[in-house]
Design a binder for this molecule. Sequence first.
Ligand SMILES: Nc1ncnc2c1ncn2[C@@H]1O[C@H](COP(=O)(O)OP(=O)(O)O)[C@@H](O)[C@H]1O
Ligand SMILES: [Mg+2]
Length: 364
Amino acid sequence: MLTRVGIVGAGQLGRMLALAGYPLGIHCVFLDRSAGAPAAQVAPILTGELEDPVLLAALAERSEVVTFDWENISGSALAPLERLTKIRPPRAALEVSQDRLAEKALFSRLRIPVAAHAPIDDREQLIRATRKLGLPGVLKTRRLGYDGKGQFVLRGPEDIDPAWAMLGGDGLIYEKYQQFSREVSIVGARSASGQIVHYPLSANTHGGGILHYSIAPFANARLELRARTYLHRLMRAMSYVGVLAVEFFVVGGRLIANEMAPRVHNSGHWTIEGCVTSQFENHLRAICDLPLGSTRPLGHTAMINFLGNMPDRGRLLAMEGLAFHDYGKEPRPGRKLGHCTIVRNRAAARNFALANALKSIQWT
Ligand SMILES: Nc1ncnc2c1ncn2[C@@H]1O[C@H](COP(=O)(O)OP(=O)(O)O)[C@@H](O)[C@H]1O
Ligand SMILES: [Mg+2]
């Protein structure tokens, strides 16, 4: 088993990985620009640019395996590390998930349905795409988008100019707008020996492109089987090691893949209290050559993000069984600062508690 893990990026995902590692005797060391980053408050950190070759090599030297809290590091910055240490998940998985167009091409190659889309490099192409694929649609940057950033929803032809004014340039993608009934995601883990586990589906509610809350399990055996099949195809195709998350739209009872994340995922935070083994522990188990843990749910769970401001902890903690997570970040509008989780025996009781907790939370 491996016990020293290097993590590129020290955000809240890294922090929750480090916290999951301690009971297993796994020690994480981070690389991040900021010495005050969430994970740096709980584990050692090297500070500097994420793509600095000297720092990356130092991280690799201090660890037996390198993983990520932030997946947008360039493949060329990582390539030299492959001679020094194991990189998990593999660099190729990171690279494909960095580009929405390459990601959709991989989905399609594996017969995983995606929204109709077209690459956009100039304004003429955008006009043609809105005619060919129709409106409404979403114009997105191919790279570096997250939490709904780098996106513009076009409702009618009058939105072409404002969309182009905001995002115009090369490296865009236009997608047909999906009239979904739900957004769901699947999170799973694969070990180097090929063992695969997956969590129950989670149903995710977004506002302005950013996750507000998730409920799980989203009990739909047919959709879960589909999602699981797609997850397995992706993991096998990429010789994946670690946790992988795939987001879907449910359209007319079918799953349309939206995007994947080669890391632990916000829609899997509920697994900390909601399952026998959390996504964080299973990511570490996978990359450290340990057997994967049970993903059995412990009840009906809701996870709510704290965005932009921290809610009143006293009020929330007065709720029975509520788990509170503060990431130790400075408040900023739209920023993910923490989350809370509630587990109940029955779905109706969970829904009631969720509605109650939501009264104490404001997204800003
Ligand atoms: N083609 C689409 N149709 C409808 N809604 C979309 C579409 N693309 C994105 N969205 C909405 O915006 C959210 C964020 O978009 P996503 O592609 O997942 O980017 P991000 O990397 O920011 O999470 C989605 O969860 C969904 O709510
Ligand atoms: Mg997303």
